[in-house]
Design a protein around this ligand. Structure first.
Ligand code: HEC
Ligand code: HEC
Length: 337
């Protein structure tokens, strides 16, 4: 059975509205929870804001990545995608905000997401509050631990209709089979819409390390799809370099010429089908064009001169464009595909 893709996109965009509306200030903290941040403790207040920002970022990033994958490739492919990307996305968010962050589930699919320690206690408390009628997404927990020098923060995750495709009571084939194949002990089904699915948790240090590296590179906004395409193209670039170094070591000049030709002038346009190219600034090509010219010179040397040191010089010149561009640009995910 094929699940229609369009309706997912619609469900997700409805969900996104609900999600944004569910973001509530820390002051709506539960009674009984440890003291929330207050103005008297600016470090704590700052750590709490960082924790809240990190949770909003993780929620948004996971949602956008999943939405793009669901709309582009459907739910079955999205399962592998979740498996591979969810931990990477959490890691990136963790670095961006200088906090530890993750998510736990009431019942889990990936055992890595099982709640332990304070997360267990908080999730139990969330479950009790949800059972008493509080909306899962509004549940928050904030605890300042001065002894440990950190703030523990958590926010509930509700089950939306779109989530039920993979977490509902009846998961349709072939989605069910794909989940089973990947997660032998999956327990993360049977969630009703509006029920507590889990929680995002954060441990934010009270004082930030003095020098969080500042990223001065120019951000190129790309949809998650275009970003994935660009990264794939880049990994291909690295494989070319690897292939050429290996071929030079083996003095396989035919292979050097073939690999370098494939990256010669105009080769970028071979990837013209890839939409990401239309999103790049004009200056991008001023950095990449000379790289293609270096590859052409390398191919020429491989066919005619066959001098290792000249060939290596061309390769060094080509790879200097890689490092120059990497020092200049980074990408930034946008919400649109
Ligand atoms: C395409 C299928 C799919 C959809 C749709 C989906 N999830 Fe998941 N979900 C997964 C997979 C796969 C994992 C395990 C990821 C991993 O390995 O870390 C997961 C894990 C989770 C976890 C971590 C706990 C656990 O069970 O491992 C939470 C929380 C979660 N999902 C919430 C949601 C919410 C909320 C939605 C809807 C907005 C949603 N999911 C939609 C497939 C899906
Ligand atoms: C004109 C700009 C530009 C040039 C030239 C360029 N890159 Fe990149 N590359 C980027 C950007 C921007 C990223 C970061 C993408 C992102 O945000 O994840 C990147 C990312 C990468 C990555 C990481 C891919 C991933 O999966 O995350 C690799 C590997 C890479 N480049 C290799 C190379 C190599 C090797 C060369 C030269 C032979 C090269 N790049 C030339 C702009 C460039």
């Amino acid at each position: 059975m094929r699940v229609p893709t369009l309706s997912f996109a619609i469900m997700f965009s409805i969900g996104a509205v609900a999600f944004a509306a569910a973001t509530v200030p820390a002051s709506s903290n539960a009674q009984g929870a440890a003291p929330a941040a207050d103005a008297a403790n600016p470090d704590a207040a700052q750590a709490v804001s960082r924790a809240e920002a990190a949770v909003a970022d993780l929620g948004r990033s996971l949602r956008e990545a999943l939405m793009a994958e669901m709309a582009g490739k459907g739910p079955v492919a999205s399962i592998d995608f979740c498996h591979e990307q969810a931990p990477l996305i959490a890691e990136a968010v963790s670095q961006r905000h200088g906090v530890n962050i993750g998510r736990v589930g009431v019942r889990v699919r990936n055992p890595d997401n099982a709640p332990v320690g304070w997360r267990r206690d908080v999730l139990d408390a969330f479950a009790a509050r949800a059972a008493a009628g509080e909306a899962p997404q509004t549940l928050q927990h904030t605890q300042i631990d001065s002894a440990q020098g950190l703030v523990r923060y958590a926010r509930g995750i509700g089950t939306e209709p779109a989530c039920q495709v993979c977490h509902g009571a009846s998961v349709a084939e072939p989605v069910r089979a794909a989940i089973q194949a990947r997660y032998l002990a999956d327990a993360a089904t049977g969630f009703e819409a509006g029920s507590l699915r889990g929680a995002f948790w954060v441990e934010a240090p009270l004082s930030m390390p003095a020098a969080l590296p500042v990223d001065h590179r120019v951000a190129i906004p790309l949809s998650s799809l275009h970003q994935a395409e660009l990264r794939e193209e880049m990994r291909g670039q690295l494989m070319t370099v690897q292939g050429i170094v290996g071929a030079l070591a083996a003095k396989d000049w035919t292979a050097v010429a073939t690999l370098a030709d494939a990256r010669g002038p105009g080769s970028g346009r071979a990837a013209a089908g890839k939409g990401f190219r239309t999103q790049l600034p004009a200056e991008w090509f001023e950095l990449s064009r000379p790289m293609h010219v270096d590859y052409a010179a390398l191919a020429d040397e491989a066919r005619n001169g066959k001098r290792i040191e000249i060939a290596l010089g061309h390769l060094e010149s080509a790879t200097s464009k890689c490092t120059a561009c990497h020092a200049t640009y980074r990408t930034e995910q946008t919400s649109r595909r």
